[in-house]
Design a protein around this ligand. Sequence first.
Ligand SMILES: Cc1cc2nc3c(=O)[nH]c(=O)nc-3n(C[C@H](O)[C@H](O)[C@H](O)COP(=O)(O)O)c2cc1C
Length: 196
Amino acid sequence: MKKRLIVGITGATGAVYGIHLLEVLKGLKDWESHLVLTDAGVLNLWHELKMRRKDAERLADVAYHPKDIAATLASGSFLTEGMVIAPCSMKTLAAVAHAHADDLVSRAADVVLKERRRLVLMPRETPLNLAHLRNMVAVSEMGAIVFPPVPAFYAAPKSLDDLVAHSVARVLDLFGVHSAKLKRWQGLKGIPAERG
Ligand SMILES: Cc1cc2nc3c(=O)[nH]c(=O)nc-3n(C[C@H](O)[C@H](O)[C@H](O)COP(=O)(O)O)c2cc1C
């Protein structure tokens, strides 16, 4: 059986993170992607990438409507390796933090947490208010990994695609998927003798 990864795409800016994740998963023969795209996610998908719901869903092995609360993902008996929410809005972060599972993204995340599977959130907001920060602490205490899509400049990105690919590859590292293309830190080269 292929390994299943649930991908949630919500209405925070940065739809490209979820889309790139789906594209990478498409190229991995041992994995299949299960997508839930929220209605607000559709707005950003159009605004940022000129993609429609069906364009994103075509990239996934299986796609679900966010209101389909009876879908397989809503039960822990459906086996998955876990879930990535990329990008994760503050609204969905709050829902996950408080087990307010009123759509399939928050319910699937709730299931992943209760089954002690891996949940990675890529929250996108700035600046952060106290509720955002507290919700990040709450999900971390429950075992989720908070992975804000903050660029790693040590990897010397040349383009936005580089930035996105680096973050997505680091997220997949957390699921044991290690990309040969990821520029990993090799230590400082040619350090000046004087460090000031
Ligand atoms: C263009 C646009 C950009 C947005 N960017 C963000 C964002 O970066 N972070 C965030 O938390 N919410 C953002 N929002 C607001 C969310 O889309 C909104 O809270 C929505 O209810 C989230 O619902 P969802 O989590 O079900 O997708 C944005 C909304 C729009 C229309």
